[in-house]
Design a protein around this ligand. Structure first.
Ligand code: ATP
Ligand code: MG
Length: 293
């Protein structure tokens, strides 16, 4: 597949204007008309991974932009495996993964962005956030009892709290963009039926048992509330400087392809190059060569 075709494919899933966004328009089983064999999909992904490795090297050397990929999804949508595959070729020295679980007592004593800010990538680095500040308008919205544990002064908990949080998130993301943090937000969109099959596999295959959590099955009862919360979040926060990628997730090979493609394109757009060596530095290199013989 050439670069132009890949760009067009990724563009189908990119949302940078949330107005009128509806999840119903996005089919979790979509494969963009591609019908690839496993080996073909793997070869295509490998190409993407190699490109990513080359660009990452320049990102690191240039030390100007930071890149943050955040992943949100229902359980078993494939966040972990997308991260494992797409980033398999990057230099660990220039990359950092942070997974966000339910906040503990220290975290609950701070504003909700506190722990996320602490995990932001430095310039030259790629950050991968497995869950993110969006949990604050997803799981917390679906389970309001979590909000009660957040120790907010009661008068700040109003009927507008979700709207306010989404506003704050959008403002924070604009700030990040203005600081040179390139943000890519991936929602791995899996269907309820595919999730059911994956949970069953976790029960049936002994090597997958460790991944199974009864709590995840209980969470399925809130499926529609989660979908509504995701839709509201994407509507309120999709922007050209902070795009969402609503990635079909019923076919894992396709999910990985789109995530790798989106990332490769974002890096290409940064005009990355190795730092130009000054005349002075070149002369110093020459002197060093002479000394080394
Ligand atoms: P996996 O199940 O694939 O290992 P995971 O991301 O689901 O990965 P878990 O440890 O199972 O990891 O779950 C983390 C849990 O923490 C999720 O249920 C998530 O909703 C919850 N969580 C994350 N952030 C918050 C938050 N700010 N407030 C409350 N719960 C949160
Ligand atoms: Mg889980």
């Amino acid at each position: 597949m050439n670069a132009k075709a890949m760009r067009q494919l990724v563009a189908r899933y990119r949302v940078e204007d949330g107005k009128g966004f509806s999840l119903a328009d996005h089919d979790p089983a979509d494969t963009g008309g591609l019908n690839l064999k496993k080996s073909e999909a793997a070869a295509l992904l490998r190409e993407g991974i190699e490109r990513l490795a080359r660009d990452q090297d320049m990102l690191y050397a240039q030390d100007r932009w930071a890149v943050l990929c955040l992943f949100q999804a229902m359980d078993a949508a494939g966040k972990d495996s997308a991260i494992k595959h797409v980033f398999s070729g990057v230099n660990p020295q220039g990359c950092h993964v942070a997974s966000f679980k339910a906040p503990g007592p220290v975290e609950l004593d701070h504003d909700f962005l506190w722990r996320h800010v602490a995990a932001l990538p430095a310039r030259g680095q790629i950050g991968i956030h497995n869950r993110s500040w969006y949990e604050e308008v997803l799981v917390v919205r679906v389970h309001p009892e979590l909000l009660e544990r957040q120790k907010l002064p009661p008068r700040l908990i109003t009927a507008r709290i979700w709207e306010e949080r989404l506003e704050d998130i959008a403002a924070f993301e604009r700030y990040l963009a203005r600081q040179g943090v390139v943000l890519l937000k991936f929602f791995l969109h899996v269907s309820k039926e595919e999730q059911r099959k994956r949970f069953l596999k976790r029960i049936e295959q002994p090597e997958k048992n460790w991944k199974f959590e009864a709590r995840d099955v209980a969470e399925r009862r809130h499926w529609d509330a989660y979908q509504a919360a995701y839709e509201a979040a994407i509507r309120a926060t999709a922007a050209p400087h902070a795009p969402w990628f609503v990635v079909p997730a019923d076919h894992k090979w396709f999910t990985r392809l789109i995530v790798a493609g989106a990332l490769a394109q974002a890096l290409e757009g940064l005009d990355l190059h190795y730092p130009v060596v000054s005349e002075e530095a070149r002369a110093a290199l020459e002197r060093a060569r002479v000394e080394l013989g």
